[in-house]
Design a protein around this ligand. Sequence first.
Ligand SMILES: NC(=O)c1ccc[n+]([C@@H]2O[C@H](COP(=O)([O-])OP(=O)(O)OC[C@H]3O[C@@H](n4cnc5c(N)ncnc54)[C@H](OP(=O)(O)O)[C@@H]3O)[C@@H](O)[C@H]2O)c1
Length: 257
Amino acid sequence: MASAIVKGILAQESTQAQVIRCFSASGNSAAALAQETGINQASDLPELLEDADLVVVAFKPQHLATADSRLAELTAGKIVLSVLAAKTLEHLHVVFPRARNLVRTMPNTPSAIGAGITGWCAREDLSTSDRELVVNVLSSVGREIEVPENKIDALMGVSGCGPAFLFEFTGALRDAGIAGGLNFEEAETLAVETVLGSARLMARSGRSPEALRDEVTSPKGTTYAGLQVLKAANFRDTMKDVVAAAKARSAELANGE
Ligand SMILES: NC(=O)c1ccc[n+]([C@@H]2O[C@H](COP(=O)([O-])OP(=O)(O)OC[C@H]3O[C@@H](n4cnc5c(N)ncnc54)[C@H](OP(=O)(O)O)[C@@H]3O)[C@@H](O)[C@H]2O)c1
């Protein structure tokens, strides 16, 4: 995730690689990132943070509890932006008590190709310049949306886990095509390109999914016949259950369960 953010920022061409520093526990991934992108690898935390204004925290969530205690002082006066799933602003405040502000984010995997959507919330109201800084960093990997922290679990269920739900749908569409007589390659190409093209159409047209669905559904036609099966199988109720389960698990993880 750190690598996606660094590459996204550099792709915008408004930030020089030399002003970004990275650090990782073993040093291996930081060395690889520095080598690949031209950013600097810091040899220790003081060097990483000495004149940093914004710090992106992107290690595994379970490492927050054992984070270096020097971080409390070293991040004083800086903005700390976390991508750690299930770590609340209060969890972050324990480790970074003197930060200028804390930003909790929930990116998703399409961020790796600059097509993500990141939900975020801040502990305190952001100043205009700090908001600009945060939005700039997050928009380097796609779009961003600010939500109150109590909506992050629901957002996790939709955009955080959503790519996996869509991948599952695409695999199911492929397998259904195979059952209908296509070979694997034909069915996978058709399913993937259909999902891709339809997503592009939704994004570009600015019209609702329902309006686009209705446009291709003639009364008693083929699409109508298929949609009737989805309706009979309570597809929309199933999706509600899917997102509710992900939301509930996200809340459990945030509570340390
Ligand atoms: N992948 C996603 O789509 C996604 C989506 C939303 C949120 N997230 C969040 O993003 C975070 C990173 O996920 P990821 O998939 O990018 O994991 P990852 O590829 O395994 O990267 C983890 C990084 O943390 C470094 N690291 C481990 N312990 C550290 C420590 N104590 N101090 C500093 N660096 C340390 C590792 O570096 P070394 O190996 O070199 O030590 C590695 O660069 C997680 O908190 C996850 O919840 C990920």
